[in-house]
Design a protein around this ligand. Structure first.
Ligand code: MD5
Ligand code: FE
Length: 203
């Protein structure tokens, strides 16, 4: 199961399923130390998606802007370490998609509850855009949309389900993308939410 979504972007359906148990256990460990929180954008809006991080650096936003920070601003402590099973899943997925040698230093963990959405944006706070971004979907299904390099380029929609892994590299790395409002539902292993892990080379 190998779909090409765009130039440089590959969808590996179900690629995270063999890692499901380890990943969900590691997630509980991480969110015990660095709980999900709703961050505030520079414009003063509270995000409907709740976030936390693990790894050397974590993505954060507040009234002063977006950045990667080595510490959790809520606790002042370093983010929880990246679990081995996360690194393994990210590196193997990147490799299968044609990006060998990917070793992420940051994992942003997004939690969508029904009604939460992520509006169209580009990911450009990372220092080196030659690294791909690996995105792992868990729990409730969502509709992912991605467009082009300009905000007004036409968008394509893709359903993302539990266990799917998307790898965004090459020309797709800076494409506009977002997630439509999550529909009501309960996933048997994850509950009433969608979790997305996004692995990045941030520093
Ligand atoms: C999500 N998260 O489903 C997505 C998965 C984020 C975010 O967008 O910033 O936390 S990452 C999807 C992605 C990353 C980089 C490029 C592109 C998509 N793309 O070119 O479409 O929670
Ligand atoms: Fe993004």
């Amino acid at each position: 199961p190998f779909e090409r979504m765009a130039e440089g972007a590959v969808l590996l359906r179900g690629a995270a399923l063999p890692f499901e148990k380890d990943v969900l256990a590691a997630l509980d460990e991480i969110t015990g130390q660095a709980p999900f929180r709703h961050m505030v954008t520079p414009g003063g809006f509270t995000m409907s998606v709740a976030m936390t991080n693990c790894g050397t650096a974590g993505w954060v936003t507040d009234r002063t802007g977006y950045r990667y920070d080595r510490c959790d601003p809520e606790t002042g402590r370093p983010w929880p370490a990246m679990p081995e099973c996360f690194l393994d899943l990210a590196a193997r997925s990147a490799s299968r998609a044609g990006y060998p040698g990917f070793r992420p230093d940051a994992c942003l963990i997004n939690r969508y509850e029904p009604g939460a959405r992520l509006s169209l944006h580009q990911d450009k706070n990372e220092l080196d855009f030659t690294n791909p971004i690996v995105s792992v979907s868990l729990g409730l299904p969502a509709t992912f949309q991605f467009g082009g390099l300009k905000r007004n380029d036409p968008v394509k929609k893709f359903p993302l389900r539990h266990g799917d892994v998307a790898v965004w590299g090459g020309p797709s790395r800076l494409c506009y993308h977002g997630v439509l409002e999550l529909k009501e539902g309960v996933h048997e292993a994850v509950g009433r939410m969608r979790i997305n892990l996004t692995f990045r080379g941030a520093l």
